[in-house]
Ligand binder design. Structure first.
Ligand code: PEP
Ligand code: MN
Length: 337
């Protein structure tokens, strides 16, 4: 971290600033130039508050040399993180395929979709029980009954279950019953929730916020990791742009950015990214070709009558064809299905 000082700075102000940063355990090196002076901070600057330093009248600006995320940073952890869940992995050689409906609707619905996606080669079952809907009048999910149905589908198929948590109130239930806990896009910056998830030994699928930068997203991962839980899977699910044709804009370059900056695995959700069932297959293939560690895909046996997100759900028959295509794409990036 570098502090650029205003030309008018006095010696006593520099002394005062040096004292402040030293109390945070970092070294301060003053470099006096002809036009301006700077202070270079060496050490773990994660506890230094950039905005607080910038509020000093004699500070011009504060620049990051290193990224503010440490535990999520590839520099301090060069080997890729591989998440292991019930004999399945995310981040390893296998392209992890997570599939299932947007929402759990009934025992028949979730179990038959679970059987279909398993037969086609999926390794994880997704399904929402607590749904973050834009309208309070829309179906909000079957809540705890939905979790029970997911557990039944797991028992019937052996597929690990991934489902979204919306409140810290449910941490204990999710820690006990769910295999991978999803943090939805709308909760990516719910810091109380992230802190609570940092305290449990469960993998977390952290979706990118609707308008979050890569750095903000990795800082959310850092929140969970700093609490002690380092099992994070990042999920790119499209971001808000000026384009309205698609539900969101799929940022495929995020795969490359995350791979350059972090050791954490990244999966792509082409369903929420596009909002259109007919775009799911090509975008899933593009994500696999760009090096994603996995895909999370909404599959429904009766999309027209789905209680949520039918417009972006593909049928099992289409999912089966996609899996065949993915098996030829995955080896291009050193993965297998
Ligand atoms: C979901 O996966 O069902 C979901 C609500 O996704 P997102 O948080 O990405 O909108
Ligand atoms: Mn959905």
């Amino acid at each position: 971290m570098t502090i650029v000082l205003k030309p008018t700075v006095t010696e006593s102000e520099i002394e005062m600033l040096t004292k402040i940063v030293k109390t945070k355990g970092v070294e301060a090196n003053l470099i006096v130039g002809t036009e301006m002076s700077i202070i270079g901070l060496v050490g773990d600057t994660s506890k230094i508050d950039k905005a607080q330093l910038e509020s000093q009248r004699f500070v011009e600006k504060v620049l990051y040399v290193a990224e503010p995320y440490k535990k999520a940073n590839i520099k301090f952890h060069p080997d890729p993180t591989v998440i292991e869940v019930m004999n399945q992995t995310i981040g390893g050689k296998k392209l992890a395929i997570i599939a299932g409906p947007c929402s759990v609707e009934s025992k028949e619905q979730i179990t038959s979709i679970a059987e279909d996606v398993k037969r086609c080669g999926a390794s994880f079952l997704r399904g929402g029980a607590f749904k973050p809907r834009t309208s309070p009048y829309s179906f909000q999910g079957l809540a705890y009954d939905g979790l029970e149905l997911l557990k039944e589908a797991r028992a019937a198929t052996g597929l690990p279950i991934i489902t979204e948590i919306m409140s810290t109130r449910d941490i204990d239930v999710f820690a006990r019953d769910v295999d991978v806990i999803q943090v939805g896009a709308r909760n990516m910056q719910n810091y109380d929730l992230l802190k609570a998830l940092g305290k449990i030994p469960k993998p977390i699928l952290l979706k990118r916020g609707l308008s979050a930068t890569i750095e903000e997203w990795l800082m959310s991962a850092e929140y969970i990791m700093s609490g002690g839980n380092e099992q994070i899977i990042l999920c790119e699910r499209g971001i808000r742009t000026f384009e309205t044709f698609t539900r969101n804009t799929l940022d495929l370059s995020a795969i490359l950015a995350v791979k350059q900056q972090s050791h954490l695995p990244i999966v792509v959700d082409p369903s929420h990214a596009t909002g259109k069932y007919w775009m799911v297959e090509p975008m899933a293939m593009a994500a696999a070709a760009a090096g994603a560690d996995g895909l999370i895909i909404e599959v429904h046996n009766d999309p027209v009558n789905a209680w949520c997100d039918g417009q972006q759900s593909i049928k099992p028959s289409r999912f089966e064809k996609l899996m065949e295509k993915l098996s030829t794409i995955a080896p291009l990036t050193g993965k297998e299905i």
